[in-house]
Design a protein around this ligand. Structure first.
Ligand SMILES: Nc1ncnc2c1ncn2[C@@H]1O[C@H](COP(=O)(O)OP(=O)(O)OP(=O)(O)O)[C@@H](O)[C@H]1O
Ligand SMILES: CC(=O)N[C@H]1[C@@H]2OC[C@@H](O2)[C@@H](O)[C@@H]1O[C@H](C)C(=O)O
Length: 394
């Protein structure tokens, strides 16, 4: 053990750390792997993504996660086996990515492993006042570390909950260190399965940044597309573009109490799922609406709730990342509803939007090893705390 601690101390003192960030999001498309070079910590952090890839899950891997994903009742043995097998799978995916990039595992200081969220239950969702906020990511860090041979920092969300947060969104801690501006009030909007944003007031404003989930991004669209068309997602919004927004359904979706909750708040497919949509369609007698019209309505639902949330800020510019940034209809609707605001992708800030979340977990691992949470800049409504558990490869 002593040699592991000594090695960590050496890593903490390095001028530049090479950290592989991993993120497997709610879309279940695969594992995002971002190789990052990070120097400094806290306000002095610099981060460069030097290689990135998404290793897709095969159908069997997707199906095995779907057995437990966002489900209130699951087979405990399945869950238990998945925790180990996802860890090993992610470790092997890291090893293969490094081989592909022709980089030796010995040259990597740390892996930062988010794991696979399978259930997210903030108190506002479970409603049991005496119970805490809770969240569960599978893919045990010891299995990751063992499978790729690299010290792994994992399970970032638990400490943030223990310190008083909802365990998400965590990107704000990195967004604030990397992307705030002297003069621009910025929104960093990520449209993954769930959409979230970080609001970064310009330094001159001297206000604290904050971050929140705002509602569904692609999760309802993907689930509907899979059920109605047996397609993973509506590529380039080809299907939704043929449909018409159903106003009654849209208004009903928009009236969900989640949208009245104050920021910061978090959510997931545990709430925004096909059961919710089906119930609303049935209650309104709208079962006959065409699949294309439903997709058009869901695209507008995401765009509208995102823009409503952004309009509560004083932002001058929005930088978008995540798969939703590649959906032309979603992006057109967002630009349309934010007249006069600059809408760009995070590429304009030098960050590949697909790599951003994985890179920001690398940054959290960097903070865990080399940072000082109590000296970090304040985030409104969220605790300042270090995050992550450390797992050694031998
Ligand atoms: N060309 C495209 N056209 C339309 N939608 C797209 C396109 N490319 C990606 N997407 C959408 O983006 C999704 C993947 O997004 P992303 O990888 O950001 O999700 P995630 O990281 O799993 O989510 P989260 O951030 O919520 O955990 C796809 O499932 C799809 O809905
Ligand atoms: C519990 C969980 O995994 N939440 C994810 C999810 O995907 C988007 C949104 O919902 C966000 O809250 C979070 O991920 C990002 C990376 C975050 O924590 O900032």
């Amino acid at each position: 053990m002593l040699q592991h601690i000594q090695k960590l101390a050496v890593i903490a003192e390095k001028p530049v750390r090479r950290i592989v960030g991993l993120m497997s999001g709610t879309s279940l498309d695969g594992l995002d792997i971002a190789l990052c070079e990070i120097s400094g910590s806290g306000a002095q952090t610099t981060l460069k993504v030097t290689a990135f890839l998404t290793t897709p899950y095969n159908d069997q891997q997707k199906q095995s996660i779907k057995q437990v994903f966002a489900k209130k009742q699951v087979d405990l043995q399945t869950l238990c086996l998945l925790n180990a097998s996802i860890g090993t799978l992610h470790g092997h995916m890291v090893r293969d990515a490094l081989e592909h990039w022709q980089i030796s595992a010995d040259s990597i200081d740390l892996v930062a492993s988010h794991g696979q969220t399978v259930f997210h239950a903030p108190r506002s969702f479970h409603g049991i006042c005496e119970q805490p906020n809770a969240t569960l990511q599978l893919g045990d860090g010891d299995h990751v570390a063992r499978a790729c041979g690299i010290t792994t920092v994992c399970d970032f969300r638990q400490r943030q909950i223990a310190a008083g947060g909802e365990g998400a969104p965590l990107v704000v801690y990195g967004d604030n260190l990397l992307f705030s501006s002297e003069t621009e009030n910025r929104i960093l909007l990520n449209i993954g399965g769930i959409a979230n944003f970080t609001y970064l007031p310009a330094h001159s404003v001297k206000a604290a940044p904050y971050c929140t989930d705002v509602g569904p991004g692609n999760t309802l669209l993907d689930a509907y597309c899979q059920r109605a068309f047996n397609l993973d997602y509506d590529k380039d919004a080809k299907l939704a573009s043929r449909g018409k927004v159903n106003r009654r359904l849209l208004d009903d979706l928009m009236s969900h109490s989640f949208f009245q909750q104050a920021f910061p708040k978090t959510t997931g497919p545990e709430l925004f799922n096909l059961a919710l949509l089906d119930a609303k369609q049935a209650a309104l007698g709208l079962q006959g609406v065409s699949h294309e019209d439903i997709l058009a309505t869901l695209t507008q639902f995401s765009a509208h709730t995102i823009c409503d949330a952004i309009k509560t800020t004083k932002a001058n510019a929005v930088y978008v990342s995540g798969g939703g940034a590649l959906n032309p209809l979603m992006m057109a609707k967002i630009s349309e509803q934010l007249p006069g605001m600059k809408v760009a992708t995070t590429d304009a800030l030098g960050m590949d939007g697909n790599a951003k979340e994985a890179a920001l977990f690398a940054l959290l691992a960097n903070e865990c090893i080399a940072g000082n949470a109590s000296a970090s800049p304040t985030i409104a409504g969220m605790p300042l705390t270090s995050m992550g558990k450390i797992c050694f490869p031998e």
